[in-house]
Design a protein around this ligand. Structure first.
Ligand SMILES: [Zn+2]
Length: 368
């Protein structure tokens, strides 16, 4: 299929061939659905694809990438393309009412009016209800592009009204190639960041840009090393990990607890709940990141100990890994990696983070 090789229409995002093909076909045949649901993990190009689809729907030339319409969409300033993102923790009913009020207005500058919902898991009961009515029969020129990291967290009544497009984790080779092209990184570091990002292109790019993120990864690897050597006291290591996660949580909630003047009590309580939710999510995200690094460390130890160093993830630590494998008392790396993986899955539930971490670190110390 050569639909994406023309200079108009949907061009596609690196590493998302299936999604790109489906969208290109819909756009070139002018048979775009009134609502798309993009489902896929963070950092797989959903937002970039949504912008490109919006450009293809709005632009007179089907998404040329050069005209005023296409450029405005790229910069997020197009009057016919609305972005609906959570305010605090939720998409509110006021936001949806505003969409409804403008629903029947003809597009001001283009062929279509597009609303991009950046997180379909953030509706609350009230806003979901209002949005369902919006989705039912919008005018023909209105299109919705709705995004979600996980399909099972989206209301089935929303899912059933959309055409679903799945976004897969991006392949490490595709990520590495992109990093080398766009950042000043060596091939080794590009491969390393690609491998440790688990198919999340956005995260891989952040590794190239964010020194603080790289420092945290280094700290997590050092914890892996200490455990491999049978050193490190579980309680202290858990406390160290929690402190980093706590800081991430505080940064996420920063300034949101204190309501601006004139807020009602209910409004203030809502803001506090939002801040709490955001902080918890940020804490869990940071711990997940820590556990992902630990897991990759133990998997690498297993791989090096079994004499196949060419498939290690943390390529920049190849020498250290080999040294550790020579010196350490050959712990059960497979069980260690599995234990970390199990703990990561539990983070998704409502658990006591401190207890869960302590249990994991005790278990790791036992198998090393
Ligand atoms: Zn254009």
């Amino acid at each position: 299929m050569a639909g994406s090789s023309t200079n108009t229409g949907f061009h596609g995002i690196a590493g998302q061939e299936t999604a790109s093909r489906m969208l290109a076909a819909a756009v070139t045949r002018d048979r775009a659905s009134h609502a798309y649901l993009f489902i896929g993990p963070e950092g797989t190009g959903k937002l970039a694809s949504a912008r490109e689809l919006a450009a293809a729907l709005c632009c007179e030339a089907g998404g040329c990438g050069r005209c005023g319409s296409c450029l405005k969409i790229r910069h997020g300033t197009h009057p016919d393309v609305g972005m609906i993102s959570p305010v605090g923790a939720f998409i509110t009913v006021e936001q949806i009412r505003e969409v409804n009020r403008s629903l029947n207005l003809f597009p001001g500058e283009s062929r279509a009016r597009v609303f991009i919902v950046t997180d379909a898991t953030a509706f609350n009961a009230e806003s979901a209800n209002a949005f369902l009515k919006t989705l039912e029969e919008p005018p023909g020129f209105v299109k919705f592009i709705i995004m979600a990291d996980r399909g099972d967290r989206v209301l089935p009544t929303i899912v059933s009204r959309c055409q679903i497009i799945r976004f897969d984790p991006v392949k490490p080779a595709v990520i590495a190639e992109r990093l080398e092209k766009e950042f000043d990184v060596s091939p080794t570091m590009a491969q390393t960041y690609a491998a440790i990002s688990g198919g999340n292109l956005t995260l891989a790019e952040r590794f190239c840009r964010d020194q603080d993120l790289r420092n945290r990864r280094q700290r997590y690897i050092e914890i892996g090393m200490e455990l491999t050597r049978g050193k490190g006291e579980p309680q202290a290591l858990a406390a160290g990990l929690l402190a980093v996660a706590e800081k991430a949580g505080e940064e996420a909630a920063d300034g949101r607890e204190d309501p601006p003047e004139g807020f009602t009590d209910a409004g203030a309580r809502q803001r506090q709940r939002d801040a709490h939710r955001l902080a918890t999510a940020a804490r869990k995200r940071e711990l997940d990141q820590a556990l992902l690094v630990l897991q990759s460390w133990f998997r690498d130890m297993m791989v090096v100990a079994s004499g196949a160093p060419e498939v290690i993830t943390n390529r920049d630590y190849e020498l250290e890994l080999e040294q550790e494998a020579l010196q350490s008392r050959s712990g059960d790396y497979r069980r260690a990696a599995e234990a970390v993986n199990t703990a990561r899955r539990k983070l998704g539930y409502n658990i006591d983070l401190e207890l869960a971490l302590l249990a994991l670190l005790n278990q790791l110390q036992e198998v090393m």
